[in-house]
Design a protein around this ligand. Structure first.
Ligand code: G3P
Length: 217
């Protein structure tokens, strides 16, 4: 299972990278705005800065909603750095743009996926990654993890190579449940990744080992 961090915050990306378990980064326009990154030039520079911190794929989202605009923006983003993955919305023009980029061998991430049907379309269009938003489904009393199971089943039926990128992960149990189901990738906040470290028996066990060592020295 690949671990992506879902943020545009460089300090958090550096911390996750330093932990040694980071496989990539996902961003979106809201996450960029949260860091105060505005204007095309600053946004492109920020993507380049992220690529220089991590070794893996970095999803950069287009803001156009028409095919021609997505192609223009996506080509500029792809030219920025070899690690950039073009993030496209799950709308008709996004599906067309996904097919366009996948035919050219450029990596894509189809985002804002909320149903198995949308996931099937993304795979048919040759998406590298397809991002179902599990937290946002949970927010409206729908079962985000059930959607991941459905998509896993469908992709396995046909051997689709599109990777299921569980997105809108909010907490540590989302990561564990996605791993049980077999999501290929999860993207979430640093807090959810660090939550995997925690166990009171690890903490008390280490404290005891250190106390015993100090008694004998
Ligand atoms: O990866 C998608 C993500 O950025 C959305 O997360 O927490 O805003 O639903 P959230």
């Amino acid at each position: 299972m690949k671990f992506f961090i879902d943020t545009a915050n460089l300090d958090q990306i550096k911390e996750a990278q330093a932990l040694g378990v980071l496989d990539g980064v996902t961003t979106n326009p809201s996450l960029m705005a949260k860091e105060g990154i505005k204007g095309e030039e600053n946004i492109l520079k920020h993507y380049a800065d992220i690529c220089n911190i991590v070794d893996g794929d970095v999803s950069a989202e287009v803001i156009s909603t028409d095919f021609a605009g997505m192609v223009k923006e996506g080509e500029a983003l792809a030219a920025l750095h070899p690690q950039i993955v073009i993030k496209l919305p799950m709308i008709a023009d996004g599906v067309k743009a996904c097919k366009y980029f996948s035919d050219k061998g450029i990596k894509t991430n189809v985002t804002l996926v909320f149903s198995a049907g949308q996931a099937l379309l993304a795979a048919k269009a040759g998406a590298t990654y397809m991002s179902p938003f599990i937290g946002r489904l949970d927010d409206i009393s729908s079962d985000g993890l059930h959607l991941i199971s459905e998509i896993r089943h469908i992709y396995n039926n046909y051997g689709f190579e599109t990777e299921i990128l569980a997105a809108s992960v909010r907490h540590t149990m989302h990561i564990i449940d996605c791993a049980k189901i077999g999501a290929d990738v999860m993207t979430g906040p640093l807090s959810a990744i660090k939550g995997l470290l925690k166990h009171p028996l690890t903490e008390s066990g280490l404290a005891q080992f250190l106390a015993d060592y100090n008694k004998g020295n």
